[in-house]
Each structure stands twice: as C-alpha cells, then as structure tokens.
Design a protein around this ligand. Structure first.
Ligand code: HPA
Length: 235
C-alpha cells in the first residue's frame, strides 16, 4: 500500500493504462481485460488489474491535471515497479485540419509549468513520448479507420483558460491539441526510465466549438484502449 494506492505488492502490472476518469478505468477493465480485479479504491480513484491476451495489465485512474497524475505515476513506478504508462484521454483540437473524433498521438508536450518545474529551474526540458510506443500506436491506429495526427500537444494547468493569446501562439506553431496531463507523464518517464505515451481522442474543438456527442465518447474511448494495449505489447 502507498498513500494513494491500496493495492498489495504484486497487484499492479508493469503495464498501466491511465484514463483521467476512474469510472473509465472500471469500464475499460471490465470491457477489455480478462479476470479484472479491483486493486485500488482509495479516494475513489479506481484501479483494476487483469490480463489482455495473457499479458498482465493495470488500468488506474489518474485524475485530472498534472499534479494528480504525478501522484499516481510516482507511486505506480516507485512502489509497484510499473514500467510502461500510457495515458488514454480526451483533448481539445487546436488546428483546422483536426476534427472531433480524430486520434492524436502526442510526440511532445508544451507547457507553462508542470509539477517538475522546481527541478528544472531555468531549463526548458523537452518531454517526449517513447518512440517504440508511438510508432506501434500509429501502426495500430491504421486498423481502426480513424484519422490520426502525430505531433506536439499542449498540457495546460487550466481547463477554463484565461490566456487566449497563448493559444494563438500555439495554433500558429502547429500545436495539435490541448489536454492536462501528458507533459508531466513524459517528464516522469524520462526521470524513472519508463516508457510513456499519451493516446488522445479529440472531444472538442477550440477553433470551431464542435464537441463529441456524449453517446460517442464510449466508442472513442474503447478504440483508445485497444490502440494502447496493442502498442504496449507490440513486437
Ligand atoms: N482543455 C483542456 N483539456 C481538455 C480540453 C480542453 O479544451 N478538452 C479535453 N481536454
């Protein structure tokens, strides 16, 4: 047990999928894993461990935002030995050629700040995805008939953004989409020698105001789980 995860030693797999929403973790585990078992319910941040094609997998909610994800990613890694962390979540598109429902694979993530800011000081560290996972996810996405975009995203600390001027600069510099977790996930992966990737579905569009209807969110989410699992165990 850790402060935020109630699992016993050995109950967490080396491969962990991390949706923001704990109920998505439950749905994904019950839908895609064999023999899923609840391994964490501290603070309602549900985590389940089961197997996929015989491989042990944990699906653990991360909560929203980098401070929350950082707590779970640190404990999963340091205390339970997790080695591959794949975020599955939603994002808001920032480019005109990206549409709601499209898939975004985050190669890197721009930020204003992350929980690791204090370590880096003046340094602008460039967080990046694991190349093997990124390549495998892009290959798997071709089996899913979904428009897929690979590139830089923005990991924001705020959902209700008060800096449209910054968004303008990101649009201008080709940032694909905004979400709230990937940058710190990638920084922790660099620090702890993990493999990490963020697989994201476009749930809304910052330029057009389009939004994914709620009944379609489950389908898109299932697709991300399949892509993340295939990428984790490719090759
Ligand atoms: N902002 C931040 N995070 C998000 C958004 C957004 O517009 N859409 C989905 N996740």
């Amino acid at each position: 047990m850790t402060i935020h995860i109630g699992a016993e030693p050995g109950q967490i797999a080396e491969t962990v999928l991390m949706p923001g929403d704990p109920y998505r973790a439950k749905w994904a585990a019950e839908t895609f894993l064999d023999d899923p078992k609840l391994v964490n319910e501290v603070r309602g941040m549900l985590g389940f461990t089961g197997t996929w094609k015989g491989h042990p997998v944990t699906i653990q909610g991360s909560g929203m935002g980098m401070p929350s994800l950082s707590i779970y990613a640190n404990e999963l890694t340091r205390d339970y030995g997790a080695k591959t962390l794949i975020r599955i979540g939603s994002c808001g598109a920032m480019q005109p050629d990206i549409k709601v429902r499209d898939l975004v694979l985050a190669m890197t993530a721009t930020t204003l700040s992350t929980p690791s800011r204090g370590i880096f000081g003046d340094l602008n560290f460039a967080p990046c995805a694991d190349w093997g996972l990124l390549q495998a996810a892009a290959a798997e996405a071709r089996n899913h008939n979904v428009a897929t975009h690979v590139g830089g995203i923005y990991s924001s600390d705020v959902f209700y953004d008060e800096r449209p001027d910054l968004n303008e600069q990101m649009v201008r510099h080709g940032v694909l989409a905004v979400e709230m977790e990937a940058a710190e996930l990638y920084i922790l992966a660099a620090r702890h020698k993990l493999r990490a990737l963020a697989v994201l579905t476009v749930s809304d569009h910052l330029l057009t105001g389009d939004a994914l209807p709620s009944e379609e969110r489950e389908k898109s989410f299932g697709q991300m789980v399949e892509i993340a699992l295939a990428a984790a165990f490719a090759g």
